[in-house]
Design a protein around this ligand. Structure first.
Ligand code: COA
Ligand code: AMP
Length: 631
């Protein structure tokens, strides 16, 4: 019962509800305005309040006597390193780096790209930017220089903070050379590239714009956090959209801090002083909200893990980290569990560790299949909680709010709406559908604090992409349905976005690259089922008649093109040559049909396809190459 009352209050009296939550923060200037409608009937929270995220994540805890508590535990099986960093040490690093950035001329409102692996310096860099009102944009390391260049052109950073290299399973990722390549490609040139040398013996190419991170920090003064307005952008986070150009999600400061503090307590059920671990990467929204800002705001010790669920060194790593660092609640993607389950189906490795510290395991980033949920529940014997959200929302929208009261878990459902989110399932006309009927997942405005406040330098795309489809609602881009108890089941994206190993990617972007190959006449790229990664991209190409290259060469070149342009993270490894692609009368390629055939979902062959041999040819290719559900 308590959840329902608590939730209702957030919907019926949003201003009162969120003011109470905002009061849990230390504001430099307490807001008087709670919710104001300014642009596109889209709402801003705590407009006249002032605060600083870096102060709240670091200084506040020291002031309250917790300077010796661990703020970060850096655990890196790929480099055999473990480091405990207290709030006092964090303060030293962050306030000096902020001083260094200021010396280089970075000021409030400037932008700074952070392209770094999972090392403590990435958190120092984010917090140092926030300390002086510099808007950071963290770019995931799995993205190639081309993608980095797109982001440089869009957000025009004054500086880029990077590291000599990253370490993936048995390979070195050349971060600094990637940055150099991206700058060479980009039209906009940042003034400085601040390079942290990991001292792993990797050669760092030198450029005139280079600044040594450690020297900068050593020589800089330690500076105080400045006061910024609640609506000041704390960061831009680029995410895949339905075109080739990524969208720069803008996050505010005051609403975000309020939402994260709230999430730690009411969604993740962790108290101040406890250890929280989100096994993701700071390049994704999960990393921003639940490796960096959320836990630190709530005075939790956050685990910064540089490794993978398997092969670093084996499928017991997650259990070792939980046990060793006394993790109370953990967050990962279902794909990570599937990888562990594949290596250790009986969960033998798990038995080697006392995991009694772990109270909850949270899963998100992609749909959680029932088999994965059941396996994890059975092995861990704790509540395993699927929950749904997006880069845009910045924090969960549908969940089982264990910090309020644990509700029944329904396998396949992401749970019930989180406080502040009035989740509705709409039909094409924007009318609410009945329970169990599938439709579009939309949120009735106003959204609660902490969600996207706009798209960077592109308010028109923000409006057309999220607000125009269903007036009065935010459109999520996902499909789903509600059952009679109000539990929501997410069925998947209704656009060209796919989720590969919990990584959000645009098939439209891949298609642009594939179609630009000189031998390709036309093509389709879409997501098909993958047992490990949930989904993976698949390309079908029709070749130009005059091409002289053989199929194998063309396929390899296309795969390399996507890897070079987007990055290894695209996991684009399969492309097949076909004679024709199925189309509507108006010439639109039937991608959904192609996907449904691969995944053996129900499908109807439209009357526009007069020749069944197109479908038969595609079925044969799928079968021969073990595509989708045929695997
Ligand atoms: N920097 C550079 N390259 C990266 C990278 C990073 N941070 N992360 C991934 N890559 C590369 C990988 O090395 C791999 O390259 P390869 O093609 O040369 O082998 C490629 O991108 C694909 O990586 P990934 O999708 O991670 O596949 P994998 O086979 O290496 O690992 C899993 C499979 C399931 C173990 C892994 O995907 C995983 O841990 N998933 C969980 C992801 C997660 O937590 N997501 C949370 C988002 S909320
Ligand atoms: P991202 O913006 O990278 O966090 O990806 C967001 C998208 O991932 C959502 O729009 C969904 O399509 C998908 N997603 C995230 N969490 C879940 C979940 N628990 N169940 C189903 N899909 C999810």
């Amino acid at each position: 019962m308590f959840y329902h009352q608590f939730y209702r209050k957030s919907i019926d009296q949003p201003e009162q509800f969120w003011l109470e939550q905002a009061n849990n923060l230390e504001w430099f200037k307490v807001p008087k305005s709670i919710l104001s409608k300014d642009k596109y009937v889209y709402d801003q929270w705590f407009k006249d309040g002032e605060l600083n995220l870096s102060y709240l994540c670091v200084d506040k805890h020291i002031k309250e006597g917790f300077g010796d508590q661990n703020a970060i535990i850096y655990d890196s099986p790929v480099t055999n390193t473990k480091q405990h960093i207290t709030f006092n040490q964090l303060h030293h690093e962050v306030s000096k780096l902020a001083g260094g950035l200021q010396r280089l001329g970075l000021q409030k409102g400037d932008t700074c790209i952070i392209y770094m692996p999972m090392i403590p310096q990435v958190l120092y860099a984010m917090l140092a930017c926030a300390r002086i009102g510099v808007i950071h944009s963290v770019v995931f390391g799995g993205f190639a220089p081309h993608e980095l260049a797109i982001r440089i052109n869009d957000c025009k950073p004054k500086a880029i903070i990077t590291a000599s290299n990253g370490v993936e399973i048995q390979k070195i990722i050349p971060y600094k050379p990637f940055v150099d390549q991206a700058i060479a490609k980009a039209e906009v040139k940042p003034e400085h590239v601040i390079v942290f040398d990991r001292q792993l013996g990797v050669e760092i190419p030198k450029k005139n714009y280079d600044v040594d991170y450690q020297t900068l920090v050593d020589e800089a003064p330690s500076i105080e956090a400045i006061s910024v307005n609640s609506t000041h952008p704390s960061y831009i986070l680029y995410t895949s959209g339905t075109t080739g150009t990524p969208k720069g999600i803008i996050r505010d400061t005051g609403g975000y801090a309020t939402a994260l503090k709230f999430s730690m307590k009411y969604i993740y059920g962790v108290n101040e002083g406890e250890t929280f671990w989100a096994a993701s990467d700071v390049g994704w929204v999960v990393g921003h909200s639940f490796i960096a800002y959320g836990p630190l705001l709530n005075r939790n010790t956050t685990v910064l893990f540089e490794g993978k669920p398997i092969k670093t060194p084996d499928a017991s790593t997650f259990w070792r980290v939980i046990n060793e660092h006394n993790v109370k609640a953990m967050f990962t993607a279902p794909t990570a569990i599937r990888a562990i389950k594949k290596e250790d189906p009986k969960g033998q490795m798990l038995k080697r560790f006392d995991l009694s510290c772990l109270k909850y395991l949270f899963l998100a980033g992609e749909r959680c299949d029932v088999a994965t949920l059941s396996w994890t529940e059975e092995k861990l014997q704790i509540p395993v909680i699927d929950h749904w959200w997006q880069t845009e929302s910045g924090w969960p929208m549908i969940a089982n709010m264990v910090g309020v009261a644990l509700q029944d878990i329904k396998p396949g459902s992401a749970g019930l709406p989180v406080s502040g989110y009035d989740v509705r399932i709409l039909n094409e006309e924007g009318e609410e559908v009945e329970s169990s009927v599938e439709g579009y997942v939309a949120i009735k405005l106003p959204l609660p604090p902490g969600t996207l406040s706009n798209l960077w330098k592109n308010p028109e795309r923000f409006k057309s992409g999220y607000l125009d489809r269903f007036p009065g609602y935010y459109f999520s881009g996902d499909g789903g349905y509600k059952d009679e108890d109000g539990y929501i089941f997410i069925t998947g994206r209704v656009d060209d976005i796919i989720n590969v190993a919990g990584h959000r990617l645009s098939t439209a972007e891949m298609e642009e690259i594939v179609s630009s190959h000189k031998s390709v006449a036309e093509c389709a790229v879409f997501g098909v089922h993958c047992q490990l990664k949930g989904q993976k991209p698949l390309g079908l190409v029709v070749l130009k008649t005059e091409t002289s290259l053989n199929h194998h060469t063309i396929q390899n070149e296309i795969i390399q093109d996507v890897r070079r342009e987007i990055g290894a993270v695209a996991s684009f490894r399969e492309v097949f040559v076909v004679n024709r692609l199925p189309k509507t009368r108006s010439g639109k390629i039937l991608r959904k049909l192609l996907r449904n055939i691969a995944d053996q979902q129900q499908y109807n062959i439209p009357s526009t396809i007069d020749d069944d041999s197109i479908i038969e040819e595609i079925k044969l290719i799928y079968k021969t190459n073990k595509v989708g559900i045929h695997k």
